[in-house]
Design a protein around this ligand. Sequence first.
Ligand SMILES: [Zn+2]
Ligand SMILES: [Zn+2]
Length: 358
Amino acid sequence: MKRIWIFGAGGIVVLALVAFGIVWFSPAAQDAVMRRVVAANIGVNDAVLAPDALHVVLCGTGSPMPDPERAQSCAAVYAGGKLFMIDAGLGGWDRLAAFQLPVGGLTGVLITHFHSDHISGLPDIALNTWAAGRREAMALYGPPGIEDVAAGFDLAYSHDDGYRIAHHGPDFFSAAGAQSRPIVVEVPDRDSAVTVFDEDGVRITAFRVSHEPVDPAYGYRIDYQGRSVVFSGDTGKDANIARFGAGADVIIHDALAPHMVALLEEGLAARGDRRAQVMHDIPDYHATPVEAAEVANQAGAKLLVYSHIVPRLPNALAHRVFLRGVSDVRPNGVMIGYDGLYLELPAGSDRIVQHDLR
Ligand SMILES: [Zn+2]
Ligand SMILES: [Zn+2]
């Protein structure tokens, strides 16, 4: 019996070596394998296009601090066949592409404010949605100043755009699609919520949050078929999130753990690293996890998702330290977001279905 088992195992090893040898040395076999890999990687995950739900995908839950696990600020909302991106941080596009989500029908990009980690991925979004079929200028919503951001990127990439059009032809890359179309969102004061978009049952509103000296900085709320998601943008603890996010199903809130950043400051200062001052300065314009939980409670939100996570959370202990004190305030309905979190909010229901796209 034992001999038969050894013979069988040996046979499997020999067969595996032969198969490996064929693929390693035969271009035809290599192409066959590659063809299968390509087919598996160019498919489209079109569950997010189902019209009877609000779909929220996090494509970047990090900050300007380098984090191999998190792209910079990026979210995508699919509603009624429309796609909005909320902020455009570096690396977010790569995540969306890796999740194989449909991206050709980009309706617009909503920018919360102009810190680099919220706009640095705009060229990737512009180029890839253009290649995927966007023929009109890319709609870019944001606070006053968005026209400068649009003009700056358009100018910086004008040579690149010209090369693409010349190489692939204007029928493929339309000249209009190379441009941005800035749409200035004016929110006159802290007491106003302004309608940014209202079409086919998708309603988007903007309101002011606290991120001084960045002013104005916006949060956005998206409502569709009785379901809703609120993006805080970057903000300290701000009653406007509870006020204009009242009754929201989901709040995506920035969060910085000051008790962890203080340790970073201490460590950098001990080494004489001038970036200790950055660690000293940043807690005053981001909410802590506990503060965001208090705000979500005031709003009556069903689910609070932390995003724009500072600092890095490389392991389970770091997650635990980050959440210190949260369970005292909000024992349920709270989670640390991650790149690849997809929340499906079906219409006519109060369910929030969590999917992991990683
Ligand atoms: Zn910011
Ligand atoms: Zn930021």
